[in-house]
Design a protein. Structure first.
Lengths: 472, 227
């Protein structure tokens, strides 16, 4: 019950909504919208700031001028009384120092004493408050910013400025800003569309490539524009990944071919032995012998399989669970003891020199197997009365394990390939073996962050496993 | 010995059952995990041969864990196509006593099963081992045959000890590699044969009668002539 998902709780999406949802699920559209929104908002903020700072400044300047003017006129009145005030007003009007200046002086009854307004503007009732009202100046209608100052004796002085020009400026500015904002919105949308198409094109290249590969065309690569931007970086990374996958697949294909070939041979042998026995064996002993040999062949095939699985298991790197800090010296001494008897049996001198201690971070079992493979090889290819050198030491923080024989060795041109699975040098064609031994040694060395190097021992083969020594 | 085989593959099961019966054992068979668990829990066996992957909802690991959970200590040998080291470790951790990967040689299976049952019996820490006139003192680490003292290298001593502990049983080369050298893989060289032959030089050759015998297609066996 707990796993029951309440699907009915999710409201069904109507068709139009679903289409919208699909549209918004497109990353290109999303990026484009975000871009347009950011662009639009910044344009709007810029316009608003411009608007208020320009108009506010103008308004402020006009208000200052009116205040100063009003102040000066009142000082005239204080010093020279009404005549002085009237004279000052007339002086200003005739002087035309400020063509936008508006003045009106009325007495307590509302009679106009001086000024350039035809009558007291309607709606102007309170003193010392800013008004913006329509006025008529010498028969011409206009708009003015006005302020009334009371004059002793019940008179009122109206000082103002014609602001029609400023209103026009405001209109021009508004129109300009509206245009600018519209243009910016258009540009924003255009930019968004551009981003979307750019995004889509890049993504489409990658997506086309990957889906082609998913369909099986591993040779496809993401086109690189050459600009060196992030998308190029992504494309290059994807291409490198694809190259590596292709190389691995080649490797797998080679191995499969090799398996097919190398296993077909013993299977064929076993099969023909059994068939031959079934057809021609005349005695129970002959039959028995054929069955025994076929069983041996099958065991050989199984051991090849096991070696292959082991190598891929090691190469997959999944075997680090058994890693521990160990001293290799006793491990290698055990091996020396195990193989010394075999060497003596074959009249081969095993010359061993193992330094102590040899601390490493390693899987004991795997190291054993790798070294055993080298010793097996050395013994297999050595003639009697020759020497095999088996040594180990620490040098420059690296533990080196060396197995050197005086056998036929591996020709220089074959050495690089000797660690490939199923590779067998000419000299080794006629000896027993699966061609997997060195591949396993290589895999083990690499799992331990180390290397396997094959050198000429003049004559013979000198195999060196190097793995990092463990530092305390 | 009474042995339970839990294996779903008819051919493999038939082959194993036949072989075990020929070797003189009493054998029961279950072809799925459920029946296998029922048999293993309700009857007494000397050993169980258990496949890892079984039909019937209970696989080999579950079966063994259930069994061990009931304090049933019957020795169990896993027989499995899962041959990776991790699989092996899992099997042994679950309480398995030995692990054999398919395909296998019957001789190997038989030797290992018989070794398991022997291990179960001699739990007490023996201080002396004896096979015929061959005696081993585990405390003084000395070996003598009859009145003759035999000098052995440490490894030869351990090899002989292993053989004496499994006296009368077939011991395979793989068992020796695992038990004496702790190597869990097969070298290509016949290292074990060489060491056995050296041991023979010391314990058999000077005395006329052989105790250490080669069993064809299987391995070695240490037993007194008259046994």
């Amino acid at each position: 019950m707990a796993s029951h998902r309440p699907s009915s709780a999710r409201p069904s999406v109507p068709a139009a909504g679903r289409r919208r949802a699909v549209l918004f699920r497109s990353a290109g559209v999303r990026f484009a919208l975000v871009y347009a929104a950011v662009f639009g908002i910044s344009a709007f903020v810029l316009a608003v700031a411009l608007w208020y700072s320009t108009l506010g400044l103008l308004q402020h300047q006009v208000q200052n001028a009116i205040n100063n003017d009003s102040q000066t006129l009142l000082e005239h009145q204080e010093l020279g009384g009404l005549p002085s005030l009237e004279a000052a007003i007339h002086d200003r009007l005739s002087n035309e120092s400020d063509p936008d200046g508006i003045y009106l002086l009325v007495d307590a009854t509302g009679q106009i004493l001086a000024g350039n307004l035809d009558r007291w503007p309607s709606g102007l009732t309170q003193d010392n408050i800013w008004y913006e009202l329509p006025v008529t100046r010498q028969g011409v209608a206009s708009v003015a910013l006005l302020k009334v100052a009371p004059v002793p004796g019940g008179m009122k002085l109206l000082v103002g400025r014609d602001v029609r020009a400023r209103l026009e400026l405001r209109n021009v500015l508004r129109a300009g800003l509206i245009w600018a904002v519209s243009l910016m919105i258009a540009l924003g949308v255009l930019g968004a569309l551009l981003i979307r198409s750019l995004f889509r094109r890049t993504i489409r290249d990658i997506s086309a490539t990957t889906s082609a590969i998913a369909r099986g065309d591993i040779s496809r690569r993401v086109p690189v524009s050459g600009v060196g931007d992030e998308f190029d970086e992504l494309a290059i990374n994807i291409n490198e990944m694809l190259d590596r996958i292709a190389r691995l697949m080649d490797g797998v294909r080679q191995v499969s071919n090799a398996i097919a070939h190398d296993l077909r041979t013993p299977v064929t042998r076993a099969r023909s032995r059994l068939e031959d026995a079934a057809l021609h064996a005349s005695t129970k002993e002959e039959m028995q012998a054929a069955i025994d040999r076929a069983t041996q062949d099958l065991d050989g095939i199984v051991s090849v399989f096991e070696a292959l699985l082991r190598i891929s298991e090691i190469e997959a790197g999944s075997r680090r669970a058994a890693f521990a800090v160990i001293d290799l010296a006793p491990v290698l001494e055990d091996m020396d003891e195990l193989y010394r008897a075999v060497a003596e049996e074959k009249q081969i001198v095993l010359h061993t020199d193992i330094a102590k201690p040899l601390p490493v971070w390693a899987d004991r079992n795997l190291i054993q197997q790798a070294v055993v493979n080298l010793l097996d090889n050395a013994l297999k290819f050595s003639e009697s009365l020759t020497v095999i050198n088996f040594s180990a030491r620490v040098a420059d923080g690296v533990v080196q394990i060396v197995v050197a024989d005086r056998g036929p060795g591996i020709a220089e041109q074959d050495r690089a390939r000797a660690t490939e699975r199923f590779y067998r040098a000419e000299a080794a064609r006629n000896t027993e073996g699966s061609g997997l031994g060195l591949a396993l040694v290589m895999a083990v060395a690499q799992l331990h962050n180390g290397t396997l190097h094959l050198h000429d021992n003049h004559p013979g083969l000198r195999a060196v496993i190097s793995i990092p020594a463990h530092k305390n | 010995m009474r042995i339970l085989v839990v294996e779903d593959d008819k051919d493999v099961a038939g082959f194993v059952l036949k072989g075990l019966r020929e070797a003189g054992h009493t054998v029961e068979h279950a072809d799925n995990g459920r029946d296998g668990l029922f048999l293993a829990a309700s009857e007494n066996f000397d050993a169980i041969i258990l496949d890892r992957m079984l039909p019937g909802g209970i696989d080999g690991l579950r079966l063994l864990e259930t069994l061990r959970g009931q304090d049933n200590a019957t020795p169990v040998l896993f027989l499995s196509a899962l041959g990776q080291v991790d699989d092996r470790v899992k099997g042994l951790k679950a309480g398995g006593d030995d692990y054999l990967t398919k395909p296998f040689a019957f001789a190997e299976l038989l030797a290992r099963v018989e070794a398991l049952t022997r291990r179960g019996k001699s739990d007490g820490p023996a201080t002396r081992l004896q096979v015929g006139d061959l005696e081993m003192d585990l405390l003084s680490r000395s070996v003598r045959r009859g009145a003759q003292k035999i000098d052995l290298q440490p490894r030869e001593f351990r090899l002989l000890e292993y053989l004496m502990r499994h006296a009368g049983q077939v011991v395979t080369r793989t068992m020796l590699l695992e038990g004496v050298w702790d190597y869990h893989f097969d070298p290509q060289t016949n290292v074990i044969d060489v060491h056995i032959s050296r041991l023979r030089q010391k314990i058999d050759k000077p005395f006329g009668t052989s105790l250490l015998h080669t069993v064809r297609n299987a391995g070695y066996m240490l037993r007194a002539e008259d046994a």
